[in-house]
Design a protein around this ligand. Sequence first.
Ligand SMILES: [Zn+2]
Length: 319
Amino acid sequence: MIFDGHSDLLWDVTRRAEAGEDGALQKWVRVLRRGGGEGVVLALWAHLTTAGAFWGKVPGMGHPRRRTERMLQVLERELSYTRDLRLVTSAAQAGEARRAGAVYAFLSVEGMEAISTEVTGVDWYARQGVRMGMLTWNEDNLLASGAGGDRSRGLTAAGRRVIRRMEEVGMIVDVSHLNDRGFWDVMGMAGRPVMASHSNCRALCDVPRNLTDDQLRAIRDSGGVVGLNAYHGFLHADPTRRTVEMLALHAAHMAEVMGVEHVSCGFDFCGFFGPGEKGGQGISDASQMENLMLCLESLGMSRREREAIARENLLRVLA
Ligand SMILES: [Zn+2]
């Protein structure tokens, strides 16, 4: 059974709900189950990009806080008729959901532009059930700079206050989208395990969203995890090698550098964002997650190691 530590499916569910379609969440839960999924992390990603153009047609959604609230409203409504998905905030609750036959879902926030510089925004996220968070998506904001932003910026003073507050309220700091300076600023101050929910290895695919071996070791030293990302552009520079087999090689590299107990899954399936946005061959959506486990077996990983990567490591961090 597999726990996907990063999914934007709530974005798709929201977009469909705004277009008058109900029940998309249920549809995605079925896809997840088909791929052997037992749990998922739903990202609150409210940043405006070309893919997010639908927000422009919804009145009153100019501010990221409003868009975040709308995503939460849509989630609440969809949960009322998706009985086999349960929102949880701890590994213990996830276990209860699983025993009751439900898929469990944690909430995360992908980019905190909605809270501006207000540290009380962290408490607001926590009250909504958010258990892990990224200061940025790829952009520059008032807290930090993302992987696509200004390379010379690190965390701002407000960004540091937010990290401190996140640790106080038990929200896991997720560095997946930060630029390198922000990454090292976080690692220099973190007192709790830090995760990179959906990033691969620069040693195999040198893009800013992936991590260097030094960064992998820093996350290991914090006690955190790094989630394997199926997005085609993070797998390999050569388009013919953007496959599930290559994702398994990222897993093997992470295991070699950090130890297998720090490797998890964060597939980032994104076919719904439009043409060109896709997972690697053989791992294009949640129904294909088991393919990764088969590849890990082919590489000689034991059942115990595969289970650690599939679910146990991430659940340990979310205890
Ligand atoms: Zn992302």
